[in-house]
Each structure stands twice: as structure tokens, then as C-alpha cells.
Design a protein around this ligand. Structure first.
Ligand code: ADP
Length: 321
């Protein structure tokens, strides 16, 4: 049987968002739970589109950890790589967008279960059976999770998986911007596919431009595909043989949380079926149109996981334009 599993490695947590908009964390009258964590969102995005997905990471052995594992299973994601820590809690993040446009964050990670994942605990069978191994950068911030992340990448690579990296910058979690940049770049050359947003591009290059000469400073000869997502403006793509851009879809956006994860999940879902899309520009453009549509749909509803589209919803939007 052809390998078609997409294994996503890293954090799964609960965002607590205010019940009303435009308030500070201190002013919020209450919060609702919004399950997330970029790698978990990607796994669910893949499964919702009919792909085979697994999540590898650690949760707290508590009500919230069990709830999150249940969400993975309910969405058809294999949770054989999920561990539970009896000594630490599931990570929480309180997040708000204030009326003045400033984002406020408060993290409960001191340390949270995801940060305590060790190399020895990794479910290597899940990792070895993956055709695509996807990860972010939050799992690089502290030990022992950092070493577990590096080990998982190595095992996946040796088993022949494509490595997919979305650095997913969360600056407040890092000790300093310099260490974020340094650690994010420390595994840069090992990926086959990398997706950055325009904001991450600016952070990593130090330049406020999405022109090719700036993007290409991040290109490495080993890469199969480098992507820059541009919010409602769509995306740009770079391979060793061709490059180009695709417009986004105009939709009624209410909350952009998870758009990038939907985009990545949709892209990987298609690549795992046919890796020739990495060599044939017309095929790649078709896949990225699909990924743009999935990203766009995710912005039309509140929250990440509830908003991730299925195949029929994506096809519907593709027909419209
Ligand atoms: P991230 O969520 O990682 O910051 P982006 O905001 O660039 O990434 O979004 C990823 C993709 O989702 C975009 O390339 C685009 O296809 C789609 N998308 C994001 N925001 C919008 C929007 N407001 N309208 C339409 N499509 C969007």
C-alpha cells in the first residue's frame, strides 16, 4: 500500500477567547474555549479533507488534555502518537484583540505538558509510517521537547518522509526575537517544503518586502517548495524550476485564525496523493488554488477547528471563481 499518512508534530492547546470582542484580558467578562495549536489544526485540516492524519505530541493528563484528544479522534485524526503527562497541565493561552487593535496574550506554560515531551517517549511507529512529516517551531523553544522534535524529524527523514515546516512565529513565547530567529533558522535547511506568512518573511529577512529577491534569500538548493502566504492576497510559490503567484479568494472574513493551517493541510493533503505536483507547475497551481480556497473558507467562521472546510465546501468556492 502506498504511504499516505500525514503526521503532524507539536503542540495542541486551548485558546481562551473573550465572549465579547474588543476588550482587554482584564476587562473580559468571560472566556470561551477554542481548541488549537497549529500542528493539531493542520492534522484536523487534512482529515476533514478526507486525508489520513496523525498527531504526535503531549497533553496534560487532565480534563482539557482528554478533551483535546477526543477532538482529534472525533475528527478522524489518529491519536496513537499522543501522550499524557501526569505532572503538567495542558497548555492554555488567553488571547484577545483589544479595541485599539493590539493583541494581548497570556500563556499558561510553566511548563505545560507539550514542552515535556521527551525523545524516548516518541511513538516512532507513527512517525516512520508517515509519507509527510509536518512541524512548526514552538516545539523548538525548550528542552526536552526540542530534542524530541529533532529526533522525530530525523526518524521521519530516514523513513523517507517529506518534511514540511511552518515556522509559525509566536514571538511572546521566545526568550528574545534573536533566539526565535536563530532557532527557527537552525532547522531551516532540513525541510523539503516550507511555508511562511508575509509577517514571518519580514521577521526572518529583516526586510519589509515580498519581492522575489527577498524571498529567495530564504531559498535553499535542497528545497522542493517554498511558499509565502499573503492573507487575502493569496500566495507565492518557489521551486527550483519555476515560481509564481496566485490570487486569494474574496470571502466574508470574520476571523483569520487557522487560515494558514488550513492552507498547509490542504496543500499536504494533495501532495501526498501525487508528489509530481512539486515538479509540474500547472498541477502545483491547481493544488495551491485549492489551498487558497481552504484558507479563505477558514476565515469565514470564528475559531480555527470549527471553520476548517471539507472537500465539498472547497470545491464549491473553486466553482464560484
Ligand atoms: P497565516 O494564517 O499563517 O498568517 P495567511 O494569513 O497568509 O497565513 O493565510 C493563509 C492563506 O489563507 C492565504 O494564503 C489565503 O489563501 C487564505 N486567507 C487568509 N486570509 C484570508 C482572507 N482574509 N481572505 C481570503 N483568503 C484568506
Amino acid at each position: 500500500m502506498a504511504k499516505d499518512l500525514i503526521a503532524s508534530f507539536g503542540e495542541m492547546l486551548i485558546d481562551f477567547v473573550p465572549t465579547v470582542s474588543g476588550v482587554s484580558l482584564a476587562e473580559a467578562p468571560g472566556f470561551i474555549k477554542a481548541p488549537g495549536g497549529a500542528p493539531a489544526n493542520v492534522a484536523i485540516a487534512v482529515a476533514r479533507l478526507g486525508g489520513r492524519a496523525a498527531f504526535v505530541g503531549k497533553l496534560g493528563d487532565d480534563e482539557f488534555g482528554r478533551m483535546l484528544a477526543g477532538i482529534l479522534r472525533d475528527n478522524g485524526v489518529d491519536d496513537g502518537g499522543v501522550l499524557f503527562d501526569t505532572g503538567a497541565r495542558t497548555a492554555l493561552a488567553f488571547v484577545t484583540l483589544r479595541a485599539d487593535g493590539e493583541r494581548e496574550f497570556m500563556f499558561y506554560r510553566n511548563p505545560s505538558a507539550d514542552m515535556l515531551l521527551t525523545e524516548a517517549e516518541l511513538n516512532l511507529d507513527v512517525i516512520k509510517s508517515a509519507a509527510v512529516f509536518h512541524y512548526g517551531s514552538i516545539s523548538l523553544i525548550t528542552e526536552p521537547c526540542r530534542s524530541a522534535h529533532l529526533k522525530a524529524m530525523e526518524v521521519a527523514r530516514q523513513a523517507g518522509a517529506l518534511l514540511s515546516y511552518d515556522p509559525n512565529l509566536r514571538l511572546p513565547l521566545w526568550p528574545s526575537p534573536e533566539s526565535a530567529r536563530e532557532q527557527i533558522m537552525s532547522i531551516w535547511d532540513q525541510a523539503d517544503i516550507i511555508k511562511v506568512s508575509d509577517v514571518e518573511l519580514e521577521f526572518l529577512t529583516g526586510q519589509e518586502s515580498v519581492e522575489d529577491d527577498v524571498v529567495l534569500t530564504l531559498w535553499r538548493p535542497e528545497f522542493k517548495l517554498l511558499l509565502v502566504t499573503l492573507g487575502e492576497k493569496g500566495c507565492k510559490y518557489y521551486t527550483k524550476d519555476f515560481r509564481g503567484s496566485l490570487d486569494g479568494f474574496a470571502v466574508n472574513t470574520v476571523d483569520t485564525t487557522g487560515a494558514g493551517d488550513a492552507f498547509v493541510g490542504a496543500m499536504l493533503r494533495k501532495i501526498v496523493d501525487d508528489q509530481t505536483v512539486l515538479q509540474e507547475e500547472e498541477k502545483l497551481r491547481e493544488v495551491l488554488r485549492f489551498a487558497n480556497a481552504c484558507g479563505a473558507i477558514t476565515t469565514t467562521k470564528k475559531g480555527a477547528i470549527p471553520a476548517l472546510p471539507n472537500e465539498a465546501e472547497a470545491v464549491e468556492l473553486l466553482k464560484r471563481d
